[in-house]
Design a protein around this ligand. Sequence first.
Ligand code: FES
Length: 567
Amino acid sequence: MTDGLRKGLTSYGDAGFSLFLRKAFIKAMGYSDDALDRPIVGITNTYSDYNPCHGNVPEIIEAARRGVMLSGAMPFVFPTISIAESFAHPTSMYLRNLMAMDTEEMIRAQPMDAVIVIGGCDKTLPAQIMAAISADLPTAVIPVGPMVVGHHKGEVLGACTDCRRLWAKYRAGEIDDQEIEAVNGRLAPSVGTCMVMGTASTMACITEAMGLSLPMSATIPAPHAERFRLAEASGRVAAAMAKAKGPKPSALLTPSAFRNAQVVLQAIGGSTNGLIHLTAIAGRTKHRIDLDAFDGIGREVPVLVDLKPSGAHYMEHFHHAGGVPKLLAQLGDLIDLDAGTIEGRTLREVVADAEEVPGQDAIRARNHPIKPEGGVAVLHGNLAPRGAVIKHSAASPPLLQHTGRAVVFDSVEDMTLRVDDPDLDVSADDVLVLRNAGPKGAPGMPEAGYLPIPRKLLRAGVKDMVRISDARMSGTAFGTIVLHITPESAVGGPLALVRNGDQIRLDVAGRRIDLLVDDAELDKRRAAVRPAAAPEWAARGYAQLFNETILQADEGCDFDFMRKEGK
Ligand code: FES
């Protein structure tokens, strides 16, 4: 028998002795033989004093434990890495794959029949799902849930769309030091993840739509009692999966589930980061996310969820309007309702239970969408041979077709130093270009794609400009911003060839981003580019592994040896 405590024995060359020793040591914690004979549900603990988004994890663990034990199984809590957006240097994306490796190996190494992963801050759910699918043990995901909203001068506030909007006002001199300090204390009024449709909310919605978490798990606010009842119910489901040995992630993450996830990503006006993470998750299976197919889905799927930054509301409003089950109901035949869930129910059964909330306006009907097309478009062109993305649902419509003069920044540091220089030659019609900010270039593809509007233009009332880069952007940001240009400039992508004053044409309707410089001139520039030396930051350790194996954005920025088929 290789279940429960007998799974994955430590190798001493004598299986009987290995089990004897394991039991002897675990009994030091006071467990009885009855407890140790039960199926085991591992529970990841991602609580950290550095991660306020995960501030309710101890209570979630307690509730999940209760659910596991009420169902006759034994919970074992174990720590993994925790990553918080604003506490991760150089950027959280640099650490996502490390968290995925840590979580996968600890699931493999320790005896458990099912696992509950608890996460939420942007990179944590993707890392945990990448781990779960690679370990392929029955897995229940419990998102920590979104923060409740804040209030300031009669206005509703939320992290972090309003962080950026109000910081831009401060930079423009429209609000003073005292007010920005007051705002600082009101943007994040509770534990939980950012309560707009940023990456955390996007990934929680996608996870629910793929059947990996219980209905409503994406949207229940982090401090609400309902969140802990959901954790208890998730504990029960995990115990049932431990006994039944399934369903495993490989059984749930089918092509239909990945298609449903892409439909939901478009319909919620989800974060562009969500596409990278979904691509990485698919890379851990035998399935793939095709960027052009994703763009095609975007052309038929309208944005139905009215949340910032594409719309007006926040996650708690989405929740009170019926959450993801209601959204799936509104999407109707755009969703494959035969897809399964961890409970053993199909999405059809989940949708049948969706709440009807009279008068709600956060989840629109298909004939009354926020935007007629999905939130994210995929661009190609001579600047992005392997693709780029734009969240056009959160962009300025007049700028979606635009030709302008390039103003180039060679790195994040260069941009920081020069963007507010009063002598910078820049106007509102120009295109701001940032390069060397991709997966290898920065490293870790920081969320620097939301280039700040130069201060002198801000003060003249400019609210948006076309900005392009090989970086990522927070899903909470608003603007006409082209991201993930692939290949990145640090590996010889055409972004490296742009010069100040070149004309760049953005054509979102035609799905193109082009440098209007003739091929002969581009060949000349390419020939003059010297091969990059090995970067100093990658001399040893994890940094070296990262630099040598990180994939580009169109492949999900996973490590090349971590995908299903290995290197
Ligand atoms: Fe953690 Fe936004 S900072 S979810």
